[in-house]
Design a binder for this molecule. Structure first.
Ligand code: THU
Length: 156
């Protein structure tokens, strides 16, 4: 028997401390919350994906009255990016969320399990660790590589 452990490192930044590129990407994710269609949850999520070459692709959550049919902001942005720029590796993703009338969440909102699985394959396709930025009013959480959100992830 061998007991093992996994350590996850991440950085908490104040928004204004972020380097200009990440500041821009976070701003794009915040702006993307405006395009969310969330009449059921009233939880408005935005994601901004930075591609190799500099393009930024945004997405937001899109809900549907047939509840399982909707999709998260992260997958909207990632699948759009892969559909429109199949040859461009994804370098980074920023995520932000607003809740009802309360404005942006105090704490960074981490992606759901399905989005983590998608991010894992997006990173595999890119061949290098993704920069992941989770926005909250209290801090922006930066994680280098999806393993920080999905340790022991499933891969085909
Ligand atoms: N949602 C996202 O867009 N991203 C996540 O990672 C978590 C959840 C959306 C799905 C649904 O429209 C709403 O937030 C409430 O769960």
């Amino acid at each position: 028997m061998e007991q093992k452990s996994i350590t996850i490192n991440y950085t908490e930044w104040q928004e204004e401390e972020l380097e200009p590129l990440w500041h821009l990407l976070v701003a794009a994710a915040k702006a993307a919350t405006e395009t969310a269609y969330a009449p059921y949850s009233h939880f408005f999520v935005g994601a901004a994906v930075l591609l190799e070459g500099g393009e930024v692709v945004c997405g937001s959550n899109q809900e549907n009255g047939a509840f399982g049919a909707g999709t998260c902001a992260e997958r909207t942005a990632l699948f759009y990016a892969q559909a429109h720029y199949p040859a461009r590796a994804v370098r980074a993703i920023a995520i932000a969320a607003r809740s009802g009338e309360d404005g942006f969440t105090e704490e960074p909102v981490p992606p759901c399990g399905i989005c983590r699985q998608v991010l894992s394959e997006v990173q595999q396709r890119a061949g290098k660790p993704l920069h992941i930025l989770l926005y909250g009013k209290r801090c922006v959480c930066q994680i280098e590589g999806i393993e920080g959100l999905l340790p022991l992830g499933f891969k085909l």
